[in-house]
Design a protein around this ligand. Structure first.
Ligand code: A1LUD
Ligand code: HCS
Ligand code: ZN
Length: 332
């Protein structure tokens, strides 16, 4: 008698969502919309100290917009980052756990309110603990260059990520989301860490891209995905915080390079000025365009679709609407 493999929470969600689950949108962006001042080395993680209620409010806004997956406020939250603000290691660790707790509380509150009314089409959302790249912590824009300097090697990157990953895991997220990984070395560090820490929950690794073809470091995605394909601890790979017009061809490329699920959550198309710490005014894509894009990305085989910086709950509402309509059309 064959042993049936149990579905992971992520597989179950994607299946319930009709083959494509909706990730939330720009988290820091929405904090700023509500007036948060985050021009700081901690960026959005500053709100873990200054305004945790706002974090919860933003999570609830994305749930209401139709997100099936919430990404926590830990993108730029690190123990060394908190320590350089004058906090103790213990306080830093508590803040990391709080990032998961706030998202779980928002998810539970929202689900309690909607679960008995299936007509609204919501799924019980999952909480993905955000693990921003080393470049995010450096706060110098290097998550978009992939250049970490000559002193950064595999061990240094694993050491950087290890304790945060352990603490986030202790807080009990449903998933792990490695975000804006800009080079192959850091992808390798994440893969090895998941193995060494025996992580059992599903995870994804998403890269940034500034040319629409390669990782920001200039390394090919073939090289980067070769490293990831060897691991069975990573469920999805993809792209986040790159412009939306790169995504179509990158999905096609990734489809040739991996059998893992593909996750895409691009930014609005604007460019981050890492020195001035601001988004440069440029053409960006509106919600109508995201609606068209999301349908196309789904057709091309993406299993997880959302938005990153400068996208908003209304972007996620548009994505969720189009994906749900298509799901209904297929299931009759
Ligand atoms: C995804 S970027 C816009 C995040 C902020 C960046 N790490 C910085 O601190 O400048
Ligand atoms: N999850 C983070 C990613 C920044 S690139 C955010 O949305 O703010
Ligand atoms: Zn982003």
């Amino acid at each position: 008698m064959g042993v049936e493999k149990r579905k992971t929470l992520l597989e179950d969600l994607v299946c319930k969502a009709g083959g494509c689950a909706v990730i939330d949108g720009g988290f820091a962006t929405q904090l700023e919309t509500h007036g948060a001042a985050i021009n700081d080395p901690l960026w959005s993680a500053l709100c873990l100290i200054k305004d945790p209620d706002l974090i919860k409010r933003v999570h609830l806004e994305y749930l209401e917009a139709g997100a099936d997956i919430l990404i926590t406020s830990s993108y730029q939250a690190t123990i060394p980052g908190f320590v350089s603000m004058g906090l103790s290691i213990e306080e830093g660790e508590l803040l990391l756990k709080k990032s998961v707790k706030l998202a779980v509380e928002a998810r539970d509150k929202f689900w309690d309110a909607v679960k008995n009314n299936p007509i609204n089409g919501y799924n019980r959302a999952l909480v993905a603990a955000s693990i921003g790249s080393y470049g995010a912590y450096l706060a110098d824009g290097s998550e978009y260059s992939g250049y970490y300097g000559p002193d950064v090697n595999l061990e240094k990157l694993k050491d950087f990520h290890r304790r945060r990953l352990q603490v986030l895991m202790e807080a009990g997220p449903d998933l792990l989301a490695f975000e804006t990984i800009p080079n192959k070395l850091e992808a390798q560090a994440c893969v090895e860490l998941l193995e060494e820490e025996n992580v059992k929950i599903p995870s994804w690794i998403c890269f940034s891209s500034v040319d629409g073809e390669n990782a920001p470091s200039g390394e090919t995605f073939r090289e980067c995905l070769d490293v990831i394909n060897k691991s069975n601890r990573i469920n999805a790979v993809g792209i986040n915080c790159a412009p939306p017009h790169f995504i179509e061809s990158l999905i096609c490329k990734f489809k040739e390079l991996t059998e893992k699920w593909i996750a895409v959550y691009p930014n609005s198309g604007e460019t981050w000025d890492g020195r001035a710490k601001r988004w440069l005014p440029s053409t960006c894509f509106d919600d109508d365009k995201f609606e068209l894009f999301a349908a196309k990305w789904h057709d091309l085989g993406a299993s997880l679709i959302g938005g990153c910086c400068r996208t908003t709950p209304s972007t996620i509402r548009a994505i969720s609407k189009v994906l749900k309509q298509r799901d209904l059309a297929v299931s009759g």
